[in-house]
Design a protein around this ligand. Structure first.
Ligand code: PLP
Length: 391
C-alpha cells in the first residue's frame, strides 16, 4: 500500500536520535542499572494543588467535550501570564489552548507556511523542528551559530538566509539544546528583518520560566501582528505528561488555529484545563522551585564533568542541559552517545540531531537526582579514560 509524501518528510534524523534513549528506557523498565540523561523530564512531581484540583474535577464528572479554543478561565489565565511576563497586553481572542508546545508548534507551522515556502530556524534547534516545519510542505532553512561563538545567533548569516520565499523564523529562547537566551540587541535586529521582509516570528518560550526571574526578552509587544508566542506547563511547572500548551498571537492566527484544532484535537480534557488554571495561579513560586532545583544540579554536573580530559562544557543561560564537546575524544556525538551507553549505561543525546554545529557534542540533562549526577559523571570520566581520550 502507498503512503502520502508527508511520511517521508516527518521521518528524519529526529526520530532516529532517540534510539539509545528508548533502549535505556526499556532497560530501566527491566530494572537494569542505567542512568537516563537524554531527556528534559525532571524527577519533580506536579505541584500538589494542581493534582488535587484535577482529581476533584475528575470526581465531579468533568470528562466531557470542551471548546476547541480551550475554556475561558484557562485562556484568561494564559493571557494574564503572557501580559505579566512580556509586558504585552493580550485578551481571550489572542489565545488558544493546545496539547503541549509541540502541538502548538505543529499548528503554527501548518498555518504560516506551505509548499514552496521557506521557514528559517536557528541552528542548533530542538530535534522536532525539522519535521514540524516540513510537515507543511515548506522547506526548512537552517541558520547556524557556532560553538566558537557560544551558539549565539549569527545575525549576518540569518540576514543572508532570507529570500522572497521566507514565511517565518522559528526559534526557542531559551534554546534547546544550547540554553542561549536571545538578548534585546539580537531581537532588535531580528525585528527589523521581520518588518522589512514581512515574515512571522514563531517564538518557542517553553523554557522561559527557567530563565532568571522567569522572563526572557520578547518581540511580542513590538510586533504584535507578526509574533506567535508558544509556551506550555511542561518545563516550568514540571508537568510534561499533562500536555498543556498554548499559542498567543494575533486574532486571525488564533482563528485559523481553532479550525485546525477542530479537525485534529477537539479540545483538551476539562479536568486538565481546570488543573492548569490552578498551575498558572501558583506559577511564580513553582517556577522558582524548578529554577533552584536546576541551578543546583547544573553546578553539580558542571563540577563533576570539569577536568575530564577531552570534554569541554558549554553552560546554559537557562534550561536543563549542558552541551559537552566531545570532539577531542575522536568520536562524533552519535558515536560517543552509543559507545558511552554500551560501556557505562549512561544515556545522553547526540548533539548532531540539533544541527550541523553540534555534531561533535552530546547533550546531557542535569535535571535528575543528585546521586545519579555524581554517578553519571564518574561513569563518563571512566569511559573517556578507557577510550584513551586526552592522552
Ligand atoms: C524547545 C522545545 N520546544 C518544545 C518542546 C515540547 O514541549 P511540550 O512538552 O510542551 O510539548 C520541548 C520539549 O522538550 C522543547 O525542548
Amino acid at each position: 500500500m502507498r503512503f502520502a509524501p508527508l511520511v517521508e518528510r516527518i521521518a528524519g534524523k529526529g526520530a532516529d536520535a532517540w534510539i539509545t534513549h528508548y533502549e535505556a528506557c526499556a532497560a530501566r523498565e527491566r530494572g537494569e542499572d542505567v542512568i537516563l540523561l537524554s531527556v528534559g523530564d525532571p524527577d519533580l512531581d506536579t505541584p500538589a494543588p494542581v493534582l488535587e484540583r484535577a482529581i476533584e474535577r475528575l470526581r465531579a464528572g468533568d470528562t466531557h467535550y470542551t471548546p476547541s479554543l480551550g475554556r475561558t478561565p484557562l485562556r484568561e489565565a494564559i493571557a494574564a501570564d503572557h501580559s505579566r511576563r512580556y509586558g504585552h497586553t493580550v485578551g481571550l481572542d489572542n489565545v488558544i489552548v493546545l496539547s503541549g508546545a509541540q502541538n502548538a508548534l505543529f499548528v503554527t507551522s501548518l498555518c504560516v507556511a506551505g509548499p514552496g515556502d521557506e521557514v528559517i530556524a536557528l541552528d542548533p534547534m530542538y530535534a522536532t523542528y525539522p519535521a514540524t516545519v516540513e510537515v507543511s510542505g515548506a522547506r526548512l532553512v537552517r541558520s547556524g551559530s557556532t560553538a566558537a561563538r557560544g551558539f549565539r545567533v549569527d545575525l549576518d548569516a540569518l540576514a543572508r538566509s532570507i529570500t522572497p520565499r521566507t514565511r517565518a523564523l522559528m526559534f526557542a529562547s531559551p534554546n534547546n539544546p544550547s540554553g542561549v537566551i536571545l538578548n534585546e540587541e539580537e531581537l532588535a535586529v531580528i525585528a527589523e528583518l521581520a518588518r522589512r521582509h514581512d515574515f512571522w516570528i514563531v517564538a518557542d518560550q517553553v523554557y522561559a520560566g527557567l530563565a532568571p526571574g522567569g522572563r526572557v526578552p520578547s518581540l511580542a509587544k513590538a510586533l504584535p501582528d507578526q509574533v506567535v508566542t508558544i509556551c506550555s506547563l511542561s518545563k516550568s511547572l514540571s508537568m510534561p505528561g499533562w500536555r498543556v500548551g498554548w499559542l498567543v498571537g494575533p486574532q486571525p492566527m488564533v482563528a485559523h488555529a481553532e479550525h485546525l484544532a477542530m479537525c485534529m484535537l477537539f479540545g483538551l480534557p476539562g479536568f486538565i484545563q481546570d488543573a492548569a488554571v490552578t498551575a498558572l495561579s501558583i506559577a511564580p513560586q513553582a517556577e522558582q522551585n524548578v529554577r533552584d532545583y536546576c541551578a543546583r544540579r547544573r553546578d553539580l554536573m558542571h563540577a563533576g564533568l570539569a577536568g575530564i580530559p577531552g570534554l569541554r562544557c558549554h553552560l546554559p543561560d537557562a534550561g536543563m542541559f549542558i552541551l559537552a564537546d566531545v570532539s577531542a575524544t575522536g568520536l562524533t556525538g552519535e558515536q560517543f552517545m552509543r559507545a558511552l551507553y554500551a560501556a557505562e549505561k549512561v544515556s545522553v543525546l547526540d548533539g548532531g540531531v540539533f544541527g550541523r554545529e553540534t555534531a561533535g557534542v552530546v547533550r546531557i540533562c542535569f535535571a535528575t537526582e543528585e546521586h545519579a549526577i555524581k554517578d553519571a559523571c564518574e561513569r563518563i570520566r571512566r569511559f573517556v579514560k578507557a577510550h584513551g581520550a586526552g592522552s
